[in-house]
Every structure is written in C-alpha cells, then in structure tokens.
Design a protein around this ligand. Structure first.
Ligand SMILES: [Zn+2]
Length: 429
C-alpha cells in the first residue's frame, strides 16, 4: 500500500487514490467507513468495535508539488515538475492502517471491548485538513489519539511544534501605462513590497523563535503596466496560537499601512491556522516503551549501499552507516521547553484529545523532509521498515489504551487538562 501510494502521489485535497485504496482495504477487513468527513472528499474515518474507550490513529497521505523522484540515490525526476512523497505521507497513513488491522484481529481474539478508529486525514501539507475535520466534531469523543512521522531517528516526540497561520494578502490598485501616465497608477506591487519591508522591520520586535516567511504569488503582468493586482502569501509561526495571533495582528496592521501609503486596498484570507502541538508525556512514554518492545530495525547490504550513495548529496556524507541510519531508540532527544520549528495540523487534534507522537528512522540523518532525497528513500525498504516499526508501536500502545494499562488513560487526560490550562479549542479557519 505504501509503495502504491508512493507510485501515485497526489497533493492536498486531491488524494483520491490513496484514500480510495485505504478505504477499500479497511472495508475488506470489516471496518465501517464514514466518508466525506468535514465536507472533504478525501477525508474519512474507519471504525471497528463498540463502546469505550475510543482510540484514534491519525493517518495522512498527501504528497508535495514538484518533488517527483524515482527510487534512485541521485536526483532523477519521475515526472517533470510532478508531485512526490517528500514528507513520507505514503508511509504515515499506511502505518495507521496496518496498526488498526492488527489491533482488530487482537480485539476479536481476546473479545476486547472498546472502539478503534483510523482517521484518513487529507491535506496536512497545507495545514488545514484536520482543522476542517475537527470542526465537524469527529475527534470530540476520542479518549486518546496516536500518530507518528517518518524522520531520521526513533524517538518519542516529546516536544511542541509551532502554531502557524497561513495567510494571503491581496492588494488592489489602479492600472496605468507605466511610462505615459504613471501618475494615474496606484501599484499593488508597491504595496506588497512596502508590506514586506514593514514585516522585515518587525522581525526585531517579535518573541524569540518566531518565524515569518513569504512568497509573492502575484506581482503583476508586465513592467509597462502599473500592477492593478498583487498578492503575497505569508506563514507566521510562534510557540503558541495566542502568540501567533499577536504577531498576525501586527502584520495585518502593516498590510493596512502599506495600502494607505499608496492608496490601494487590501484583503486577506486565512488558509490554515493550526495550533501548536501539546506533547502528552504519559502517551509518549508508553509509545517509547512499545517501540522498545517492537522488532528492531535491521538493514540488508543492498539497503546500506543505497543509503550510503544517497548520503553523497547530504551534509552527512561519509559518516559510518550506523550513524546514518540509527537503530537506537530515545525517549526525548529534543530540547525541553523549546518549540520545534515547523508546524502540523496534528496540533488541532492535540487540543481536542490527548495525543501521542513518535518518529522512526525512515531516512538517513542529514535528509531534509520536503527534498528529492526524502522522496527517494521513502519509496524504499528503508522507509517501509521504519513504517512497520511505527505501526507496531502504535498498535501495541492502542492495545494498552484499550485495556487501560496502569490507568494510562486517566494520566493522559490529566496531562492534557494541565497543558490546555482551561482554554477551549477553537478552529482557526
Ligand atoms: Zn509530513
């Protein structure tokens, strides 16, 4: 399934192939399918069992534009400018399917009570799929959720990822002949440039760890026409949604100021606004222990050769193989209290129900997610082995949650309550 999805990459909200084969497989295994969740064509929930607890496993399957690559240790597109699985979501969702199918067999064997769900979540890469699903309430009755991400090490992700707003600003001015009557024109592109300058001055006056990046998505048509329309797309990230809301307020004022300066108009649209993730210690610890209980990673000579050759294009080139593909498992290798640069819509789910997350070794150290090297290795046994380790850890953990081993559900909920600190979840779009 992971190979099949890798072979048929589709980008955000268009993942008909991946969601289709997953639904079919889960249906064949006796799961009930709820389709079109949150009004999204490629979102679904597959369910088995009855009563509480209700345990969810989150899957993703969207690819990235422009990251097409063959299974080759050197750069070689499969399709010019085509999409590719440079974030390994072909593995991410499939591990979830694998985990719930295994779990269902075990539940039947032991006559276990409780409900398990697989959440087919589209469009993680544009950070909004789970927000739309959350708005429809599908995560509300969960007792806990589990997920993972392909990475370059085996670890629990006991760290918070940043909240982020994805927002587009559209300026509208007045067109004019740029040489014959420039005085009649009001350049929307000038507004965009002045806005960007304002934001670049703001950089010094935002909390540490803030990230602000943009691309100009529309800069006009030709130099001899004063641009009537221009657009700029911003990602603003911070350690919490509240912090990002503060930064967003200031950036919106800068946009208004830029429009005022040269008499244009501005409108904005929020594309996605996920929360920061709330790392749940009791769940992460349990997932870590269950990763230790799972079959360890082992590689063949062929896989070793592939990875060593791929590493020629990585900053880790020449490192010994054991350091390139670590098989060790660590609890929390991240810096406590510091949020990890990068964002995910898993943040929203982690504000609705206790959520545990792990990463496994699916690519050599030095591989950046969203690169051709990542696409290449996520289509090989190296990726699939990491995927099976993740599936095993999630299935074992979901089993422990179903039997509420050592009152883990209560502990997870207590941690969740403390982290949320009395605040209610509100969808950012
Ligand atoms: Zn990803």
């Amino acid at each position: 399934m992971a190979q099949d999805i890798w072979d048929h990459p589709q980008t955000a909200y268009e993942e008909t192939y991946a969601s289709g084969i997953q639904k079919k497989e889960l249906k064949n295994h006796g799961f009930t399918i709820k389709d079109q969740v949150g009004g999204l064509d490629t979102a679904f929930v597959a369910e088995f069992g009855q009563g509480r607890p209700i345990i969810g496993i989150l899957g993703e399957y969207d690819a990235l534009p422009g990251l097409s690559q063959t299974v080759s240790p050197t750069k070689k597109e499969a399709e010019p400018n085509g999409p590719g699985h440079g974030c390994g979501h072909n593995l991410l969702g499939t591990a979830g399917v694998e985990a719930v199918v295994a779990l269902k067999e075990k539940m039947e064997e032991e006559g276990l009570a409780g409900t398990i769900r697989y959440y087919g979540c589209p469009a993680e890469e544009v950070l909004s799929g789970k927000t739309h699903m959350a708005k429809s309430g599908v995560f509300d009755d969960l007792d806990s959720a589990l997920t993972w991400h392909p990475m370059t090490r085996n670890a629990s992700m006991d760290v918070s990822m940043q909240s982020m707003v994805s927002i587009k600003f559209h300026f509208k001015g007045k067109p004019a002949h740029a040489a014959a009557s420039p005085e009649a024109g009001r350049s929307a592109l000038d507004s965009v440039e002045m806005m960007n300058m304002g934001v670049n001055y703001l950089r010094e006056h935002v909390p540490d760890g803030t990230r602000m990046h943009y691309t100009i998505t529309d800069g006009g048509l030709a130099p001899n026409i004063v641009p009537e329309k221009a657009s700029v797309w911003y990602f603003l990230r911070g350690s919490s949604k509240e912090e990002v809301e503060g930064i967003l307020h200031r950036v919106q004022n800068i946009a208004k100021g830029a429009a005022l300066m040269n008499e244009t108009e501005v409108e904005s649209e929020i594309i996605g606004f996920p929360y920061e993730t709330l790392p749940n210690d009791p769940l992460n610890e349990l997932m870590y222990h269950n990763m230790l209980e799972s079959a360890p990673l082992e590689y063949t000579e062929e896989e070793q050769a592939f990875v060593e050759e791929l590493a020629h294009s990585l900053p880790t080139a020449g490192k010994p193989f054991e350091e390139l593909l670590p098989t060790s498992i660590s609890f929390n290798p991240y810096q406590p209290g510091v949020s990890m640069p990068g964002s995910t819509d898993v943040g929203d789910v982690s504000w609705i129900t206790p959520t545990g997350t792990i990463t496994t070794t699916c690519a050599p150290v030095g591989t950046a997610l969203h690169s051709w090297q990542a696409t290449a290795v996520f289509g090989t046994q190296v990726g699939y082995k990491g995927m099976h380790l993740a599936a095993s850890s999630m299935a074992l953990t979901a089993y422990d949650l179903l039997i509420n081993k050592d009152d883990v559900l209560e502990k997870a909920k207590e941690t969740f309550k403390q982290l949320r600190d009395g605040k209610e979840y509100q969808a950012g779009i």
